[in-house]
Design a protein around this ligand. Structure first.
Ligand code: PEP
Ligand code: MG
Length: 889
């Protein structure tokens, strides 16, 4: 196996092996762009190292061979005393993990070669500054020395000299600082700072491998759902310097605005600085457009390269570059992160430019982004007190209590508080706090600062670089212009789409995307919102592409109508138990308590017209589209009063010697019906089988409602669904009764109702015997909520609050199986049942109506296993439509 690739050997499609950074450096090299030469050590080498604790046997020689070649090309040797080659050693995993893993710059500097570098650069100060940076970075990341010790020594050096910025330290000061830094290394790490350049390089490579498994990297992967076994590649790249004077510098750029998608010049530039200074957001940068004035030649070349890259990748790219004494170098590019709104806009812009087609456009957006765009926004007409404005780094409207450190953010959010994390700037140690917060506000750093990049990645609201806010993290307060002080716990509101910061709670309004789906805003209109236009077009692409139909879970006309506006193609689940609440509860109570057939029949007779009316409305609102009505599912005692409350009532009445016969009867019934495990008890089809007349009343209501709609020239398409079936016999009995009722209604009304009868597959036994069940069912709808509950043995009402956090933390699963379908377990039952069902009945209609029907990843799975439709709550319908389209690409 080959473990090392020169930049000339790789390409952008080798991300698994070379990581994103390595693959793209290779791609740029092969495009003829100015990339400093170097090579990449593969993720395979990292995996061997992490598994065995040792690097693969062949790695050392391979690295030597590539280093020899690099040295020959550069005409200098690594760490050579008089004319040293210096390299950077950088991590680079398949998926970008900003700031999560290690990088060491200036490898190759030593007591001897620092002199050589001074001569080479003609700048002694620069050479010693580079050397102290190496010892500092190496000490911290490779040797595990506390970084604060170096920072403190640097501060002390500045204080001794009575200066405030690093650049005011001279060569002699930095030389002294190097001696001090080496002492720190010796005391803290128990070894000397290595003078052998190859040893420096090898140790740095191991440190990068090890950084894959730091706690913060693991946390980030879990959050972003990046698999833990990918490993990182390591890029060894010849150094170029952005800190060689005013004709040098470093910057980041986007080929278009990652917040709006608009084309233009977007980025930040920092003169006379090294790359990490920009990414860390430590010093304030100037807008990229200023580079034109500072160095026109490099600026023009950069614009040219950006165009080449965008046309080549056919997407927004972000770039890191360095200018060394007027010579431009590309240090990194990748398809850039962007806000949800920009993703939609860019995808349609690229279609219009003829760079990508509709199908490709669908791969450039996703359901999570669409969901984000459907969040409410701040009400601009509200009376608000704006106190600052920063950079709109990641959109959304966030309101919460101000906290100034991650620890408090996590603590307060655990106790149910909404918080806004306010920092001068964030760094990777703030990740926990950023996850816990509603939004993030920083007073420093640009669009590419850590806070901005990470927040965008998480889809979290972020305003950064709000410079007029004075953040004092030590005293846990922030001073706003005019002198008002925001203390910890005061409520603030931040708008990540405009960058505005407000005091107090600002009211929120619905998003334009929701207004569009609701039909209150139209695409194609002259003043149409640009975003709405883009969403409209992408939804059309998805609808054209998808095979899965999308239905709604809805049990009243209002929800049904909204679902229809959102694009539902029918109702996949109407839970009739929701129709038995309110005033009707008493009727149900009487039904349950009935002592005689006559009493029971009387209550059923009273329920019938009410149920029928519900269905008439539902069928009318979904006229022409299928409506799956599920017969009563939950355990009966859910319709009776709480056992403790009732016992108290009875006891009180007894002690007061008041009449309480009814209460007593009720209490006896509650006791009789009480179950230890109601979810596994008398519910679903079992109710229909033991309570005579209950299901037939519901079937009659459905049939009569359909007949009434037909008589009114409507087009009702009812499907009757039997819940919690475990064996075909249960279904056969219910069907026989239902068929008879339907025949009676058809005869009485003189119409053919064409009602179909099917079942839910929500018990393992039903899935395992689906071939038999299909004999009696015209359709299956997978109830993946109960199926997940019964396959895992997890109580769906309890586990998420009890032990799931621990399971998620331990990585047993990356996401709750109640949220995203467990493909290996629950999913294989779905697959098996779908196949067996269709073997029995080739035209068997298959759908899913558990919560998973609206979950993006699960929708792809249901597409793959060949279901006909997914059904989800009305609000999730657009997401399901989009994901169904994406699944079909
Ligand atoms: C299910 O079990 O997945 C389902 C849709 O039914 P309910 O959630 O009503 O039990
Ligand atoms: Mg269920």
């Amino acid at each position: 196996m080959k473990f090392v690739y020169d930049f000339t050997e790789g390409n952008k499609d080798l991300k698994d092996l070379l990581g994103g950074k390595g693959a793209n450096l290779a791609e740029m090299t092969n495009l003829g762009l100015p990339v400093p030469p170097g090579f990449t050590i593969t993720t395979e080498a990292c995996k061997v190292y992490l598994d065995s604790g040792e690097e693969p046997a062949a790695l050392r020689d391979e690295v030597s061979a590539h280093l020899d070649a690099l040295e020959a090309r550069m005409g200098k040797k690594l760490g050579q005393a008089d004319n040293p080659l210096l390299v950077s050693v950088r991590s680079g995993a398949k998926f970008s993990m900003p700031g999560m893993m290690d990088t060491v710059l200036n490898i190759g500097l030593s007591d001897k070669s620092v002199q050589g570098l001074a001569k080479q650069a003609g700048d002694e100060r620069f050479a010693w500054d580079s050397y102290r940076r190496l010892i500092q970075m190496f000490g911290k990341t490779v040797l595990g020395v506390d970084g604060e010790l170096f920072e403190d020594a640097l501060e002390a050096a500045k204080a001794a000299k009575k200066v405030t910025v690093d650049t005011e330290l001279e060569a002699a000061d930095l030389k002294k600082l190097v001696t001090k830094f080496k002492k720190i290394v010796k005391t803290e790490a128990g070894r000397d700072f290595p003078q052998d350049p190859r040893e420096q390089m090898d140790l740095a490579i191991h440190a990068v491998f090890d950084s894959w498994n730091t706690d913060r990297a693991k946390l980030y992967r879990r959050q972003e759902r990046i698999p833990h076994d990918l490993g990182t590649a390591v890029n060894v790249c010849s150094m170029v310097f952005g800190n060689l004077g005013p004709d040098s510098g470093t910057g980041v750029a986007f080929t278009r605005d990652p917040a709006s998608g608009h084309q233009g010049v977007y980025g930040d530039y920092l003169q006379n600085a090294q790359g990490e200074d920009v990414v860390a957001g430590i010093r304030n940068t100037v807008p990229l457009a200023e580079l034109e004035r500072i160095d026109k030649k490099s600026y023009d070349q950069l614009m040219q390269i950006m165009e080449t890259l965008e046309n080549h990748y056919k997407d927004l790219c972000d770039i890191e570059f360095t200018i060394e004494r007027g010579q431009l170098w590309m240090l990194q590019t990748r398809v850039g992160k962007r806000t949800a709104g920009a993703a939609f806009r860019i995808a349609t812009q690229l279609v219009d430019q003829g760079l990508i087609d509709e199908a490709e456009a669908l791969t450039r957006v996703n359901g999570a982004q669409l969901a984000q765009l459907m969040f409410p926004r701040f009400d601009e007409s509200a009376k608000v007190e704006q106190v600052g404005r920063g950079i709109a780094a990641s959109p959304g409207a966030a309101v919460g209590k101000a906290v100034f450190d991650s620890y408090t953010a996590v603590k307060w959010s655990r106790s149910g508080e909404k918080v806004i994390l306010i920092r001068r700037e964030t760094n990777p140690d703030d990740l926990d706090g950023m996850i816990a917060a509603e939004g993030i506000l920083t007073s420093r750093g640009g669009k590419t600062s850590h806070a901005a990049v990470v927040a965008r990645g998480m889809g979290k609201t972020c305003v950064c670089g709000a410079e007029e806010l004075e953040v004092d993290t030590k005293r846990r307060r922030m001073t706003v212009p005019g002198g008002h002080v925001v203390e910890e716990g005061d409520v603030v509101s931040i708008d990540g789409s405009t960058g505005k910061v407000y005091l107090g709670e600002v009211p929120v309004v619905p998003s334009p995307v929701v207004e569009y789906f609701e039909g209150r805003m139209h695409a194609g209109a002259e003043d149409a919102d640009e975003l709405v236009e883009a969403v409209h077009r992408i939804m059309a692409f998805a609808d054209r592409k998808r095979r899965l139909r999308v239905r709604a879970n809805a049990d009243n006309a209002e929800d049904a109508l909204r679902a229809r506006r959102f694009g539902a193609q029918g109702i996949g689940l109407c839970r009739t138990e929701h129709m038995f609440l309110g005033d009707r509860r008493e009727l149900v109570e009487r039904l349950i308590l009935a002592d005689t057939d006559a009493e029971r029949e009387e209550s059923l007779k009273q329920l019938l017209p009410l149920q029928k009316q519900d269905f008439v409305q539902l069928f009318e609102s979904m006229d022409g589209l299928p409506v799956t009505v599920r017969l009563l599912d939950p355990p009966l005692h859910e319709f009776l009063p709480d056992i403790t409350e009732l016992s108290v009532r009875v006891a009180l009445a007894e002690s007061r010697q008041e009449p309480h016969e009814n209460e007593l009867r009720l209490l006896q019934a509650v006791h009789r019906l009480h179950e230890q495990n109601p979810m596994l008890g008398l519910r679903g089809v079992r109710l229909g089988l033991v309570i005579p007349g209950l299901f037939t009343m519901q079937v009659r209501a459905i049939a009569e409602a359909a007949a009434e709609r037909k008589a009114a020239k409507g087009d009702p398409r009812a499907e009757i669904m039997i819940p919690l079936v475990g064996t075909v016999q249960e279904l056969e009995i219910v069907r026989e009764e239902a068929d008879q009722v339907i025949a009676e209604v058809e005869a009485a009304s003189g119409t053919q109702l064409k009602l179909s009868i099917g079942t839910m597959i929500e018990l393992p036994r039903a899935a395992l015997t689906a071939g038999q069940i299909a004999e009696a069912a015209q359709f299956f709808s997978f109830g993946t909520n109960d199926l997940t509950q019964t396959v895992w043995g997890f109580s769906r009402d309890d586990v998420e609050a009890s032990f799931f956090t621990a399971y998620l933390e331990k990585g047993i699963f990356g996401v709750s199986p109640f949220e995203t379908i467990d493909k290996d377990g629950v999913g294989s039952l779905v697959k098996l049942a779908a196949k067996a069902g269709r073997e029995t009945r080739p035209d068997l209609k298959l759908g899913v109506c558990g919560e998973h029907g609206g979950d993006p990843e699960s929708v792809h799975f249901f597409h793959e296993v060949g279901l006909d439709y997914v059904s989800c709550s009305p609000f999730r319908i657009p997401v399901a439509r989009l994901e169904a389209g994406r699944a079909a690409v």
